[in-house]
Design a protein around this ligand. Structure first.
Ligand code: MRU
Length: 364
């Protein structure tokens, strides 16, 4: 890493109009190297999302929004319907890169809606539609900062100075644009002298907790301790954790929440030790069309991520069967609250989440 800068000086995802590219931090190289890469083609954007060069639900959504603007801005068509046909092809392609984080399809649908509104309903020219798409993509990116800050403010009401906070995976700045979701209360608390002690689960198999969360918190001066995934019950049993904050990839209408594999184990242990588990969820991650966690499509990833990826030598016998779901579902009964930018939803979630979404609808 460039030693003049901390990770906070870099942008997770940005649009570089001069280079006609979406620029991301390649997160697969962290924490060893901080390298920015330019994504120019549909395939490069798709690969970056699939290979987790950019990852985390909000960051994936922002990448898709900037990406579809970038790709469709190059379409040489004056007829809107032909332009829209190509827009749809890019949308479907980008949407197929990862299935669980709803922010991906949410951002693409939002871009499609504004495209149709401008081009079909308002009969704007294709050039005007392109400019509207540009503004919408940048707005999605900008909004993420404010949304996360608000989640941080609500989250901060749930903790006290000096508390121990445990988090799983990376729902930090690297998973969003700034602040992150689960880390937002931590960063705001740090600015206000709360003196939290954070435990970051390493998060097997892709180690987002070790490589990304412990890195970004440590380099920001937060008191963070890295633990292996199988140590969370141990630190909880010793009274070192007062609150669990995690992010999420999709919240179903009943409050069941998909997040990085291992989150449900953390929640089960926390409930045993009577530690509240809060899911930090921008409303873009709440999917009212998915009734329960059972309806959430869980991404399965290659077995090599478990057997080989982080080792000089394979650490499992060649050919052994591997089960590698990228996410699990935490039952809503294990969740003390869902912290959104419109307040904290509590059980019964079918009602409170509906109320949150209604508040959002009225506000927009
Ligand atoms: O596979 P990843 O690294 O994209 O998984 C990320 C998570 O599970 C995060 O906790 C989630 O996306 C929330 S990010 C604010």
């Amino acid at each position: 890493m460039d030693d003049r800068k901390t990770i906070k000086d870099f942008e997770t995802v940005a649009l570089d109009e001069e280079r006609d590219a979406v620029v991301i931090i390649d997160q697969t190289l962290l924490p060893g190297r901080t390298e920015l890469i330019s994504l120019k083609t549909a395939q490069e954007i798709w690969d970056a999302i699939y290979l987790l060069k950019v990852r985390g639900a909000p960051a994936i959504g922002v990448t898709a929004a900037l990406g579809i603007y970038l790709l469709t801005n190059r379409i040489q068509e004056e007829d809107f319907e032909r332009f829209y046909q190509k827009f749809r092809e890019y949308k479907e392609y980008l949407d197929s890169s990862r299935p669980t984080a709803v922010n991906l399809s949410w951002a693409l649908r939002r871009m499609e809606k504004i495209c149709l509104q401008a081009g079909r309903a308002e009969k704007k020219s294709v050039e005007e539609v392109k400019e509207i798409l540009r503004r919408e993509a940048l707005l999605i990116r900008e909004e993420d900062v404010e949304v996360c800050r608000k989640i941080g403010e609500y989250g901060l009401t749930l903790v006290k100075p000096g508390d121990g906070i445990l988090t799983h995976c990376n729902a930090g700045q690297l998973a969003a644009v700034k602040y992150g979701t689960a880390t937002a209360p931590i960063y705001l608390g740090q600015e206000r002298g709360y003196g939290f002690h954070v435990f970051a689960d390493e998060t097997r198999p892709l180690l987002q907790g070790a490589r990304l969360t412990s890195y970004e918190l440590f380099s920001s001066g937060v008191d963070v301790t890295l633990i292996c995934d199988n140590m969370s019950a141990s630190v909880m049993s010793k009274g070192l954790v007062q609150t669990v904050f995690v992010g999420c990839d999709r919240v179903a209408a009943n409050g069941d929440t998909a997040n990085k594999i291992g989150t449900s184990l953390v929640a089960i242990a926390a409930n045993y030790y009577k530690i509240p588990v809060y899911v930090c969820a921008p409303t873009s991650t709440i999917d009212m069309e998915t009734a329960t966690g059972e309806d959430i499509h869980i991404e399965q990833r290659p077995g090599e991520e478990v057997t080989k990826m982080w080792y000089q030598e394979p650490m499992a016998p060649e050919g052994v069967k591997v089960h590698n779901p990228a996410f699990d579902v935490t039952d809503h009964r294990l969740i003390a609250g869902i912290v959104t930018e419109y307040g904290i939803a509590r059980a019964p979630y079918t009602e409170s989440l509906r109320a949150v979404m209604e508040k959002k609808r009225k506000n927009s």
